[in-house]
Every structure is written in structure tokens, then in C-alpha cells.
Design a protein around this ligand. Sequence first.
Ligand code: ZN
Length: 384
Amino acid sequence: MSRGKTKLAMIPTIETIPLQQLASGDHLSLQLYKFIGSRSGKKVYIQSNLHGGELTGNAVIHRLMEWLTTLESDRLMGEIWLVPVCNPVGVNIRSHHYASGRFDPYSGHNWNRIFWEYEEKFSEIKAFAQSQLALDPQTIQANFRQRIQAAFLALKPTIDSAAGVPFHEKYRYLLQSLCLDADYVLDLHTSSDRGITYVYYFPNRQESAALLQLEAGILLDEYDGEAFDEAFIKPWLALEEAFGELEKPIRFDVEAYTLELGAGMQIDSEAVDRGISGIQTYLITQGILDLPNFPCSAYPPMRFSPRSKARRYYAPRGGIVQWRVPLGTTVQAGDDLYQLLIFNKAEKLPGVQTVQADRSGQVFDVAISQAVSEGEYVLGVLED
Ligand SMILES: [Zn+2]
């Protein structure tokens, strides 16, 4: 064994995890890459491609792996677990040249609205908080995590039972078993269409969200329910609220983010650059990686808005979007947003209709298809 000064670069342990046997007899699997530091610390869990058509996060994870393998293991305090292409079912779905992979074609579920949520009455969470008032935040965090994990493990007998469970329940159990004990969770998505880069974040986490240095941050003041990030963090937010009511405010060191990295169905190279650089800055500033001299990126500061101010525009009539403002444009109320070319079956010449912004903001997402039936999505504006 060498006693020289040469230190070894990190090599991840790689585990292939069986996921599903298909009717044809073939098997789908997940692959987990674990980077384990030689110093103890927090656990970070990062996955990509939960929606099958959202590819950019895979390239970000690959860049992250390449970078981590150049570092010595004493630079990493704790563990980083990576799961690219985390939804093989969704990733392989195609309809002609188009890959959506947003919904499970078997059950209709949106793949990011299937996750198990720890459910406990707020009064019980508050009673738990009451019982922990004399303890330090780290001990409380460990105690509460045990409660969540006990409830999660109680699902296992049903999953393993002879009757079985629907695939999405098995799948979510597997993914959540990898991240439930993490401190920080990053779920890498993209637009289904064409979008800017932004991150969804939760209350009291704007400062950490800003480390990700994307173009915008959207505070989740409205929830979808059963999304991956929500399922992870909601119990902690409830516990924070309980301590707040008991006049002992605590912000637990637990975070979850959904990163939206540009366009769907392609590797958006600009979004890859932003994604990797933001994650590097996040990992260093959060004390996961000890790299004091690493040049952190210097993108312009993020703009922040609550989700309730992300306004989606839907076509007032059926037609073809023959013009629209470019993605990223800042518009004022009254500015033209898009123009519909409308055909008819009334023995008349085709007409056009222009739709104006009713509030000011930035165009943060635009639909890929420029053919729209009445009520279909055209674009989104993030209000100031
Ligand atoms: Zn997605």
C-alpha cells in the first residue's frame, strides 16, 4: 500500500437496481451512482429525467460525475447519490418523432404526481414539536426523520404482498427509498416545451435556491400534491410551522428543489452549463464539497416570483400561432404576445387575432406546437 502523498480521485460505487419486468420478459432497471466522501457530512440526492422527454438533467449529472471523479475523496463531506434517466418507462416512450413521457400510458398518471406523502395531522405534528422543545435542532431533525421513515417502511408489506400494488406505487417506493434520508434533494426537469432555466423552491429557502443561479426562482406558494420535491419536504415545512406556533422558530437544514433546465426533448447546452455551474456552487456553499478556491459562477442574480404569479395563456380560439414574442422577452401589460391565424368553415377568408398581455412580466415558457385548438396552451408569463 502506498504511503506517498498521492491522494486518490473519487470513484463512485455503482448499483444497478431492478425496476420492472416487461410483458416481453425484458427488464428495466435504475442505476445509482454513489460518491462517498472520506469525511462525514450530509447526503445529497440528485435525479434526472423523471418526465421522459426532459433530457438536459442527464447531461448535467454526467458533467457532475466527470467533475467529481477529478476530486479527492477528502473534498467530499458526506455523500452524493446520482440517478440519471430515473424513469426508464417514461424515457422510452415515443409517439412518431415526439417524446413526451410526461404521463404513464398505462395508468394515465403524471409521473411527477405519484409520490407518497407522509401524512400526520397537524395537531399531532404540533404535539411532537411540543415534546422536542428542549432539544437541539439536529436531534429534533433525527427524531422526526425516524417518524417519517417508520411510516414509509410500513408500506413495504403491502408492496411485497401476494396481491401486489400498481407499478407506480412500486416505482415511487423505490425512488423515495433512495432519498428519504437525504438532506438536500435536487430533481432535474425541463419544460415539456421551450423554457428558460428556473427553480421551484419552498418557503424560507430563497437564499439557498439563489445558489443555483438559474434565470428565475418560483416560490411554491401553491402545491400540486404528490410531486417528488413536495413529498420530500412538506412534513418538514409542517414541523417548522408547528415550532413557529410554539414560538420556537426553527428552519431545518432540509431542502428540495425542482430545477427546470430549458427545452424538452433535447440537450439544451446553455441550460447544461447553467445547471452544472449552479449545482457546483450549491454543493460548495452548502458545505458538501470543500473547495474554497473553486471559481463560483457569476451569472446575473435570479428574479423571484411566487408560483401564483406564473400566468399561463391558453388559446381563445382554434388556429395556428403565426407569430409570438421570443422566449425570455419582458412584456408590459398591453403588449402583443402572439397572433393566431384562424381558418373557418363559413365561406369566409381566414382571419387573425392578436392576444395581448394583461400584466407585465417575462415570457418564461412557450409551447412547441404552434397549432392550437381552443383552450390549448400557448405560453407562460412570469409576472413581476
Ligand atoms: Zn418534468
